[in-house]
Design a protein around this ligand. Structure first.
Ligand code: ADP
Ligand code: TRP
Length: 337
C-alpha cells in the first residue's frame, strides 16, 4: 500500500494539524510505503513573503520529524524539490472541468473570507491532484476539509484514463475483466479519522491558522498558557454541571487526555459540577505539556543538527523522484508528448 500526504508551509503548525493529520501519518508509516511532503508550492497561494515561507517549511519538517515520522520508513521531502509535479499538473489541468473548481469548498471558503482569488488559488486542487497521482498513492490520510480534493483526484484520474488509455472502462478501473485495460493513473482513497476530523479552536470554530484561534504545537510556554486560558466558555456557575455540546474546552480535554481513565475522571467532574472552567483549563495545560514536551524537546535537538535534516530532505526528494519519474513518463507517452 502506498500512503501519501502533504501539509502546506503557510504558518506555524497547531493542534488541529497534529490531531487531524500528522498523528495519522505517524501510524500509517508502519502500514506501507509512505511519502510525506511539505507543500511549499501550495503555500505560494497565500504566503507572499519568501523568508516566511522558508521558515514555515523548516518548521514543518522539524514538526514531522519531532513527532516521530521516521525517514527510514517514510520519504520526507519538499514539494518543489520534485519539479515533475508541475508538469503533471499542466497535463491534468487540460482535463479538469471548470465547474469542478468553481464548487471547491476550500476555494469558496477563502473567497468568502475576503481573499482575492488568483489563478493559483483556483487551480490549487489540480496541483494537489498531481501530488497524489504522481506517486501512485493508494491512500491519502487528511482532515475533513481535504476530502473533496481527494474526490476530485479520483474523478480526474478517471478522466485521464478514459481519454488516454485505450480499452479503459471506468466501471473496471483495475482492468480485471477481459478486454479491459487497467488505468494508468491510480484512483486514491481519502482516509479520515472521525474522532479528530475537526479539532476546535479556542473560539469554538474549526482550529485554523487563518482564523487566529490556534494553539501552536511549538509555541512558547507563556503563549500556550495564554491561548489555553482564553478558550471560550459560557457562564455556567462553578457548582453546576457543564454542557458538553458546543464546548471547545471539553473537546480539547477529550483529545489531549493522556489515558481514557484520565478523561473519565475529568468528565465525571464536568458532568457533576463543583469545578470551575479555570480548573479544567489548568488540567488541559498540564496535559498539553504531558503530551507535547517530548516532541518539543526533540525539536530543539533537531535544530542543533540541521545537517541531518538537510540529508533527510535530500534523500526524501531522491526517493520521491525515483517513484515519480516513471509515472510521468508513462503519462506523457500516453498523451502523445
Ligand atoms: P489550516 O486550516 O490551519 O490552514 P491546513 O489547511 O494547512 O491548516 O491543514 C493541514 C492539515 O491539517 C490538513 O490535512 C487538514 O485537514 C488538517 N487540519 C487543519 N486544521 C484542522 C482541524 N482544526 N481539525 C482537524 N484537522 C485539521
Ligand atoms: N491541501 C492540503 C492542505 O491544505 C495540503 C496538500 C497539498 C496535500 N497536496 C496534498 C494533502 C496532497 C494531501 C495530498 O492541507
Amino acid at each position: 500500500m502506498r500512503i501519501l500526504s502533504g501539509i502546506q508551509s503557510s504558518g506555524r503548525l497547531h493542534l488541529g494539524n497534529y490531531y487531524g493529520a500528522i498523528r495519522q501519518w505517524v501510524r500509517y508509516q508502519d502500514q506501507g510505503d509512505a511519502y510525506y511532503f511539505i507543500a511549499d508550492l501550495h503555500s505560494l497561494t497565500s504566503v507572499k513573503d519568501p523568508k516566511a515561507r522558508l521558515e514555515f517549511t523548516k518548521d514543518a519538517v522539524l514538526t514531522l520529524l519531532s513527532f516521530g515520522i521516521d525517514p527510514a520508513r517514510a520519504a520526507v521531502f519538499v514539494q518543489s524539490h520534485v519539479p515533475e509535479v508541475t508538469e503533471l499538473y499542466w497535463i491534468l489541468g487540460t482535463l479538469v472541468p471548470l465547474a469542478n473548481l468553481e464548487r471547491a469548498h476550500s476555494y469558496k471558503d477563502k473567497i468568502a473570507r475576503g481573499m482575492n482569488p488568483d489563478f493559483g488559488l483556483f487551480a490549487y486542487p489540480v496541483l494537489m491532484t498531481a501530488d497524489i497521482l504522481l506517486y501512485d498513492a493508494d491512500v491519502v490520510p487528511v482532515g475533513k476539509d481535504q476530502v473533496q480534493h481527494i474526490e476530485f483526484a479520483r474523478d480526474w484520474a478517471t478522466k485521464f484514463n478514459v481519454t488516454y488509455v485505450p480499452g479503459y472502462d471506468p466501471q473496471d478501473p483495475t482492468g480485471k475483466e477481459k478486454g479491459h485495460a487497467p488505468g494508468l493513473l491510480k484512483l486514491p482513497e481519502a482516509r479520515l479519522e472521525e474522532a479528530t476530523a475537526v479539532v476546535p479552536g479556542v473560539d469554538g470554530q474549526k482550529m485554523s491558522k487563518s482564523y487566529g484561534n490556534t494553539v501552536d504545537l511549538f509555541g512558547e510556554d507563556k503563549d500556550v498558557k495564554k491561548k489555553i486560558m482564553s478558550i471560550r466558555t459560557d457562564s455556567t456557575p462553578v457548582e453546576a454541571p457543564k454542557p458538553t455540546a458546543d464546548a471547545p474546552l471539553y473537546d480539547l480535554l477529550k483529545l489531549m487526555a493522556p489515558t481514557p481513565a484520565d478523561f473519565a475522571e475529568v468528565e465525571r467532574a464536568w458532568r457533576e459540577g463543583g469545578r470551575g472552567y479555570g480548573d479544567f483549563k489548568k488540567k488541559l495545560l498540564e496535559w498539553f505539556h504531558a503530551q507535547l514536551d517530548g516532541p518539543r524537546a526533540r525539536r530543539q535537538e533537531l535544530l542543533g543538527d540541521w545537517g541531518h535534516v538537510e540529508r533527510v530532505l535530500a534523500d526524501g526528494a531522491q526517493r520521491a523522484r525515483a517513484t515519480a519519474t516513471p509515472v510521468l513518463q508513462a503519462v506523457k507517452r500516453a498523451a502523445g508528448l
